[in-house]
Design a protein. Structure first.
Lengths: 343, 343
DNA sequence: ACCCAAAATGTAACTAGTTACAAAGGTTGC
DNA sequence: GCAACCTTTGTAACTAGTTACATTTTGGGT
């Protein structure tokens, strides 16, 4: 027989504290939540008991009463691309200002993984979800539907989507970049983009490019969204019989990779070939030559998403879609096509 | 009077489902947790009721019984430096394999913010903590102490720390880089490093440099850890009367920034000046010239931290300190000092 | 000293699950 | 035909807080 403490260490709870302080549980609860209404010396007694027992209130028990867990989840393809890291940084900063914590889950751009991780987020009690793009698995849509979990789509603007979207018009964003090159007189342009599979942002950008009326020619190269992917694409492009006059990269990591790749091949940018990107990462401003790109307000997107989600959760105010505009930032990597007379 | 449903929409719970299916709450609970022991047709009845009521079990109620919330928190200075983003990516991947989610909080290298956010993590029920570096506010130490929350220090190896550390010996890491430059015959070296305030990793690296016995001269430049900070430092260095023979950057983002800064100033690397970094970010391998650097196994660190924390939480196995070694990766940005005859 | 309101505290019923134990139902052996 | 056992289900007591309401204490005014 072992009648005495077989498990001596166990987190102390409200009732332990109440007993130790010689008060009721309600009083302890008040000390925790509205110390103002408790008489000074009972407050001190209770505080002493709390300290003595190293009492830490249980988050779960609080959550069960308030119905609030105070955290939300975000699903992004990867953390390896600075564009998402920057987005999350802004999101976390603003959520934190609204007393919300952020659970991060990466999906590797796989819709099944995404749905799985979303389920985990629900299982642990996320009060809301931030997801990337508008294309998702049926399982995820079901989950959002049955839980009626506040969910915001980012990086993708689409006013007709049943879920609120906060993001850019990806078609327009890509067109900004292409139009700029067209205006500079380039007619033979290589497009370097990330995987199209499971990525509706890239698909939208590509279809934007193809929808733009102009008289030039596009050659597309698909690669991994990484510096290495960009560098390898540059090599591939340099291996072609006829080099393009300009290269358009649908993301800045790739653009920087392409720049490095071209430098390694001894091709001068922008003299021999112009280069534009999309994203406007800090690296694009600092690179030599600085890379002309389409600025995407990711930090603003993170903030807006955070505010919208926080409001949705606390006030049931369902946000409406918000369109953020890209902006062309002219730098040194794209110049007028020297082999053409543009007015 | 409003006796009828004044609030028609409320999440349904276990008892609602039990009532709807005509069974007891225990049976519904079994359907959820051990469907094997339930007779087939009751199982179907219950499942039907669950679907009909769109029942989703409450995470908080589960947590209150199991005592497990299934998530941990990580405190990092920033997401803007790829080194932390990569660390978190690996951490999240491995935690996810252990059925744990990751709450990310950024501290901006401010110990007060760090303590605040740690408190938030505890408030929402984190089962464990990953923190960066060994220097923290008293409030954070108190918190860890009173909650006895499994907490692992990363990016900093110190076998004598009361908390388990998983990381590099920062002094040694910096020495690897400096020794390499010394071996190449450089005697006048500029060191570019991030803010020293509240950052024990940087401090350790600097003291490592100063502890290395050699006959050269170090000039230190403090700057923000960013591309821009690096580029500006390069300009500052070029403005000196006597240019150093080599530049040692204590992180790779800064190294790349310095490279860009030097290129902008028309200084050729490595011909006129050698450059080495620390971290081994992907950009260092792809940059032109590729940057010689000390590889830090961040992904491995993320994985090891995840495994150690997961085990600590589930099996009460307190991990022991783990030292990860940096490794010099020789690339193109550092060459023998041309102005000297090194055998 | 006494009344009354305000302030402080206590009781017990909630929140939404899990689970030990009890009880009922069904099957098999002899 | 009935005991013995296994399968399946139900009851009620847990988990750790919050909170409506009841009760006690306190203080001021007369």
């Amino acid at each position: 027989m072992k009648p005495k403490s077989p498990e001596p260490k166990k987190r102390s709870n409200l009732r332990d504290v109440a007993k130790a302080a010689g008060v009721s549980v309600a009083t302890v609860s008040r000390v925790l939540n509205e110390p103002g209404v408790v008489k000074k010396d009972t407050l001190e007694k209770v505080q002493a008991a709390i300290d003595a027992l190293k009492f830490v209130p249980s988050a779960a028990a609080r959550a069960i009463n308030s119905g609030r867990t105070r955290f939300v989840g975000a699903l992004v393809p990867t953390l390896d691309n600075a564009i998402f890291a920057r987005f999350l940084a802004a999101l976390e900063r603003e959520l934190s200002a609204h007393q919300l914590s952020l659970v991060v889950a990466t999906t590797d751009s796989d819709l099944e993984i995404e749905a799985d991780k979303a389920q985990s987020l629900v299982d642990i009690g996320a009060e809301g979800l931030i997801i990337t793009g508008a294309t998702h698995s049926g399982a995820l849509h079901d989950l959002i539907d049955r839980t009626t979990l506040p969910t915001i789509i980012t990086s993708f603007f689409d006013a007709t989507n049943p879920l609120p979207t906060i993001g850019y018009d990806n078609e327009a964003v890509a067109q900004l970049a292409l139009q700029h090159l067209a205006d500079l007189g380039h007619r033979h342009i290589a497009v370097v983009h990330g995987p199209v599979h499971d990525n509706d942002r890239t698909r939208a950008r590509l279809s934007g490019l193809h929808a733009l009326p102009w008289d030039g020619e596009l050659t597309c190269y698909e690669t991994q969204i990484s510096l290495r992917g960009g560098a390898e694409s540059a090599k591939r492009i340099c291996g072609q019989a006829q080099k393009p006059e300009a290269i358009l990269c649908l993301s800045d990591v790739v653009a920087l990779g392409v720049l490095f790749g071209l430098q390694a091949e001894g091709v001068r940018v922008p003299d021999e070939i112009s280069l534009v990107g999309v994203d406007d990462l800090p690296s694009s401003a600092v690179a030599v030559p600085a890379i002309t790109t389409v600025h995407l307000p990711v930090s603003q997107m993170g903030e807006k998403a955070a505010v919208a989600l926080a409001r949705w959760i606390s006030d049931q105010e369902r946000p409406s879609a918000e369109r953020l505009d890209g902006q062309l930032i002219e730098r040194r990597s794209a110049i007028p096509n020297p082999s053409r007379l543009t007015s």
